[in-house]
Design a binder for this molecule. Structure first.
Ligand SMILES: C[S@@+](CC[C@H](N)C(=O)[O-])C[C@H]1O[C@@H](n2cnc3c(N)ncnc32)[C@H](O)[C@@H]1O
Length: 378
């Protein structure tokens, strides 16, 4: 039954614009992937902050893949803007503040380097930048509702971020308690609409509940809020966006790395060739040839799959990547996926890198951020 539900989920999810922001800490990716000018990366795009962030390392090639055209088109826009908008001020206005007085004019020159369907997409959707890109999409809509209920502003965040974690938690506790009691939240949080809106399919929901030893997503969500409050709030762009609808524009590092001035400078001169593939990772890998990619950045798509599908995907990666290839993957669980699906003869987990990455990941959504190296492709 979960397989059927997840097939319906995948069929629906690929038509829905869910994310404007990648809910993964791409600062961690840049740190652990160790790309160089010979690297060829196959990366699941999601909202594209991670893909755009890879440009600064000047890999030879990036292939961004996603089944959801909304997310892939946004990723392509972020990449094109990082490479072509020479003014950091204008680039930041568009994608840091998420708004532009004349988005049609700003986007038009970027489209000349992108596939035709992406040009058509943005001609139809440029109004997303009229008010605030980050209030758009299903996640943006949920967060808007949450903000209306919670009523927290940037001044509140600035005040609490200076407090020690225990005091911070005490300031947030009444807010969490009111959310737990709030009937629309209680009604919504266990529905398929909520899962669609936060990009968690039924398989990953099951993993989330198992990891948190709970029967309700409400407990998963509140535990995550509590973990988030303990992070460095000043630079946690996920918290700022959720609670204020904006990044913390006072701090240059409180945005995904691709938006930072230094990274933008490097992106402007990146020699990297970038392809955008509206397909599944499985399809792209099935056609892949040995040695085609040296790095595989999977977001958390393995969490969306049952164990046999995880096995097939990792098996293909080992074949296509060959010895030395690197795989970056996130999971809401602590378990080592390679051990669980019986592929520890093909992959080794890179340590202490994986443990460090898991600790650094500031979304606090994942139990583990793991880096694996292929030891045998055959
Ligand atoms: C797995 S989702 C989950 C949310 C993710 N953690 C984020 O922050 O965006 C990320 C992206 O993966 C895409 N996706 C899921 N399964 C895929 C697959 N098998 N092949 C390609 N893309 C996939 C979704 O369309 C979505 O855009």
């Amino acid at each position: 039954m979960p397989h059927l539900a997840d097939r319906a989920f995948a069929a629906t999810f690929k038509h829905v614009f869910t994310f404007s922001l990648l809910y993964e800490d791409s600062e961690v990716d840049n740190r652990v992937l160790e790309l160089d000018p010979r690297s060829r990366v196959l990366a699941v795009s999601g909202a594209g902050c991670g893909v755009a962030g890879l440009l600064a390392a000047h890999p030879a090639r990036i292939d961004a893949v996603d089944t959801n055209p909304h997310h892939l088109a946004l990723a392509a826009l972020k990449v094109a803007a990082a490479r072509r908008m020479t003014s950091h001020g204008e680039f930041y206005q568009l994608l840091g503040r998420g708004r532009h007085t004349d988005p049609a004019r700003a986007l038009q020159p970027l489209m000349t380097v992108l596939p035709a369907w992406i040009g058509r997409y943005w001609r139809a959707h440029h109004r997303r930048f009229r008010d605030n890109l980050y209030a758009e999409g299903l996640v943006g809509t949920f967060q808007r509702l949450l903000r209306q209920k919670v009523g927290v502003d940037a001044d509140f965040l600035r005040t609490v971020q200076a407090l020690p974690p225990a005091e911070r938690l005490a300031r947030f506790e009444p807010i969490f308690a009111s959310l737990r009691r709030w009937w629309p939240m209680r009604a919504l949080v266990n529905t398929p609409l909520f899962l669609l809106g936060v990009g968690v399919n039924f398989e990953q929901r099951r993993r989330n509940l198992r990891a948190s030893r709970s029967e309700s997503m409400m407990n998963v969500v509140t535990a995550q809020f509590e973990r988030l409050v303990r992070t460095d709030l000043e630079t946690n762009w996920f918290v700022w966006l959720c609670l204020t609808g904006e990044f913390n524009h006072d701090h240059p590092d409180a945005v995904p790395p691709y938006l930072r001035e230094q990274s933008h400078k490097l992106s402007l001169v990146a020699p990297t060739r970038v392809g955008f593939h509206r397909a599944s990772l499985q399809e792209l890998l099935a056609d892949g040839t040995p040695g085609q990619w040296s790095h595989f950045s999977l977001c958390d798509v393995l969490d969306w799959m049952p164990a046999p599908a995880q096995h097939r995907l990792l098996h293909r990666i080992a074949r296509v990547g060959g010895p030395g290839a690197v795989v970056l993957t996130r999971s809401v669980e602590d378990a080592c996926v390679v051990d669980r699906v019986g592929l520890s003869d093909r992959f080794e987990r890179v340590e202490p890198t994986s443990t460090l990455a898991s600790e650094l990941e500031r979304t606090r959504l994942y139990g583990r951020v793991n880096v694996y190296r292929v030891v045998s492709g055959a």
